[in-house]
Design a protein around this ligand. Sequence first.
Ligand code: NDP
Length: 268
Amino acid sequence: MRRLEGKIALVTGAARGIGEAIARAFATAGAFVYLTDINDAQGAVVAGQIGAEAAYRRLDVREEADWQCVTTEITGRHGRLDIVVNNAGITGFEDGMVAHDPEHASLDSWHAVHRTNLDGVFLGCKYAIQEMRRTGTGSIINISSRSGLVGIPAAAAYASSKAAVRNHTKTVALYCADQGLAIRCNSLHPAAILTPMWEPLIGPPGAEREQRMKEFVWDTPLRRFGTPEEIAAVALLLASDEVTYMTGSEITIDGGILAGSVARPSVD
Ligand code: NDP
């Protein structure tokens, strides 16, 4: 089904992982997709694989000038921007395990995580609204996390930034409604989706990696990692015109983790 026929989409952090899966799903559904990232080589490869329905542009989500440049180009060429997925995000563990607990995290690392995860989403929403205002309609999808809904002792900045994304999503949704715009804004809250983001945490192939992977999902009711395609399927629904009454909503895609508590009582 060509559920996004004729729509113009922009996805951040689309060179790999969840962003890549979303870009591929949108193009298959009929959208023209701008894949954006800071990994230019990989982004161009993925856009090339998708083919005529995609293009790659460099967009560092932290840089307002990049947002201005890319969104101006898109509306200049197509006259519209229908879908923006604010997906790019970092954990703070890209270079290996460092202290990210509330007592020992450095202020620099706290700021770095917020700059990508929160400032990036703020700018993405800002330029999405400005460009979508031309048609008065659109769908903004912010990729938050399960970590935006609960505290994470060892990843304080990540959890804080993702919680802020959840809240800002609702502010954007209400602002657009106040303005009389049919621009919807919703957040997705994945957990344990097997992407390259996990590589520094689970290590190289081998028995230890298998053991670490098991440990990471021990409390997941579905007892496995999710796939990027399982997030893309929900993003596709939010991007389509099938759920036009949904705005300011949050959807968890976490194998059931947040359906209960970790210490599940058997009866009482
Ligand atoms: P990946 O690390 O696999 O991919 C993220 C992509 O974003 C990379 O290509 C990365 O480039 C790019 N990127 C990083 N910083 C910037 C920036 N400043 N501007 C533009 N692009 C940037 O991540 P995932 O696919 O796993 O995650 C995607 C989103 O989903 C993130 O927001 C993440 O927090 C969220 N999420 C992921 C979960 C998971 O289990 N995977 C669970 C919950 C939420 P480079 O490689 O060069 O750094």
